[in-house]
Write a protein that binds this ligand. Structure first.
Ligand code: ZN
Length: 101
């Protein structure tokens, strides 16, 4: 008997995410479009993927969000800040992710 719900698909999804960002920079929104998951679920999958990648020697690289107005760079993370702490600007670029083998 298979359990309903997202759990059985999680590994498949992470393989799809890995394929999508291997050697290519994508934002969580772009990943969600390619893999067909919700954008807000991307972060959790990326965190899990990063842990499993460490064993294989591949590396998840993060291009952190930055303020388009003053260039302030946010701490690397999977969230998307809404406002710059330096200039209070709200034009923030999304983080992007890439896997290097
Ligand atoms: Zn700023």
């Amino acid at each position: 008997v298979r359990e309903p719900g997202p759990a059985p698909r999680a590994e498949t999804l992470r393989q799809a995410i890995l394929a999508a960002i291997s050697g290519r920079w994508l934002s969580p929104r772009e990943i969600s479009g390619e893999v067909r998951i919700r954008e807000r679920d991307v972060a959790a999958h990326l965190e899990h993927l990063e842990r499993s990648l460490r064993a294989s020697g591949a590396r998840l690289r993060i291009d952190p969000p930055a303020c388009r107005s003053c260039g302030y760079v946010f701490a690397p993370g999977t969230g998307r800040p809404s406002r710059c702490p330096e200039c209070k600007g709200e034009r923030i670029s999304a983080a992007r992710f890439c896997v290097e083998q």
